[in-house]
Design a protein around this ligand. Structure first.
Ligand SMILES: O=P(O)(O)OC[C@H]1O[C@H](O[C@H]2O[C@H](CO)[C@@H](O)[C@H](O)[C@H]2O)[C@H](O)[C@@H](O)[C@@H]1O
Length: 368
């Protein structure tokens, strides 16, 4: 059976371990074909258990690392801060250079939601965006094509942002919709809509119910249904119970090799194994905006999470525009610049708006 990336589930007597050895298991123990190693089922199970335990711990460690709370408690991070800042300078301090690089090109803005436009809070249902931020994003969208790219369910992120003029890519880009436009021919409201994982909806709903049931014994655990993906929140769970919760998630997921797991800020995210992520969503949006194969577009993607790295990497590989990581701490990233928190994101967006308004005015005056 074909297994999901990095999963150690086995079926039909065949398993691919992390060691990349294909192992054949059967009651009769047939001779191992040339080039294959034959090991006993007992040994295989032991190996899988060790692997599984290590994987659960790796998830938890990785989640801890991606959500540091005190820089002083992580000495290696504070040591690295200086050199990290050199490689990922503040987008506010580098504003003039950024504008210079965008000269003659159309800026297009891509914004993550949680931790970028709204501060991280304990209750995911209360991650509201401030009025000041909404006002800024509204002005931004008047100056540049603007999209929100979020792990959240599209409807939910729309309820937080409440701006109809934007593009929205929910469920890590697996649910994309543009602002509604009236069609001249049909007089209907039309908008881009792309849902590459719709066949997974029944499976996601089933897994959601199982996760709610399995994790209810862990105080503080919360499962969020993001339509084409799910989030299991660790933020309100005692850290001593993180391994237990990760184990519960694994016990459900092992029956679903077509789903994979990623980590965010105190959250494990479950999603289909399809080759689609925020990076692919960014490319799809650029195409929908009419910038396919264009050299005169300058995409700017701002995000705080691991899942935003797929988008940062796309921009780096295309050599177009750049990514800005929102983080107070040094993190491995493909982003070029950094901002510390949503308030700095707002300052940066405001400066972009002011610059655009001034350049439009200057152009108008020069024509007089
Ligand atoms: O892509 P994003 O828009 O950044 O979504 C990623 C996850 O964001 C939310 O969780 C995060 O924010 C919560 C509210 O501040 C916080 O409580 C949680 O610990 C963070 O991980 C959202 O609730 C998740 O479903 C998204 O996957």
């Amino acid at each position: 059976k074909n297994m999901g990336a990095g999963q150690n589930v086995f079926n039909d007597g065949k398993a691919v371990l992390n060691m990349s050895i294909t192992v054949t298991v059967s009651a009769q123990k047939p001779p191992a074909p040339h080039g294959y190693i034959s090991i006993s089922r007992k040994k295989l199970l032991q190996n899988l258990e060790i692997n599984t335990g290590a994987r659960v711990n790796a998830w938890v460690d990785s989640m801890r690392a991606s959500s540091p709370t005190h820089i002083k408690s992580t000495p290696s991070l504070s040591d690295d801060q200086g050199s990290w800042n050199l490689h990922h300078p503040s987008a506010l301090e580098m504003f003039e250079q950024i504008i210079e690089a965008s000269k003659g090109k159309q800026i297009a803005m891509f914004l993550d939601y949680d931790g970028t436009l709204s501060p991280i809070v304990e209750d995911p249902d209360r991650a509201f965006m401030s009025k000041k931020m909404r006002k800024t994003v509204r002005k931004l969208a008047k100056c540049f094509p603007t999209a929100i790219v979020s792990g959240r369910c599209r409807d939910k992120v729309y309820k937080f942002v409440k701006l109809a003029e934007l593009y929205y890519a929910g469920s890590h880009g697996m649910d994309i919709k543009g602002p509604e436009k009236r069609s001249k021919s049909t007089k209907d409201n039309e908008s881009v809509l792309f849902q590459p994982a719709s066949e997974f909806l029944p499976m996601i709903d089933e897994v959601y119910k199982q996760l709610v049931e399995t994790t209810k014994s862990t105080p503080g655990a919360k499962v969020e249904n993001n339509k084409f993906c799910l989030s299991v929140h660790f933020r309100c769970v005692d850290e001593k119970k993180w391994s237990e919760l990760a184990q519960q998630v694994r016990s459900v997921l092992k029956e679903y090799p077509k789903l994979r797991l990623t980590q965010g800020r105190k959250v494990l995210e479950i999603r289909p194994t399809i080759k689609w992520d925020k990076g692919k969503a960014l490319e799809f949006l650029l195409e929908s905006l009419g910038f396919a194969n264009c050299t005169d577009v300058f995409p700017v993607y701002i995000g705080d999470d691991r899942t935003d790295e797929d988008a940062f990497k796309i921009l780096r590989d295309r050599g177009q525009g750049f990514g800005i990581l929102v983080s107070k701490f040094p993190k491995e990233t493909s982003a070029s610049y950094s901002l510390q928190e949503p308030d700095e994101v707002m300052d940066f967006l405001r400066r972009l708006v002011e610059w655009k308004q001034l350049s439009v005015q200057a152009r108008a005056q020069s024509r007089m």
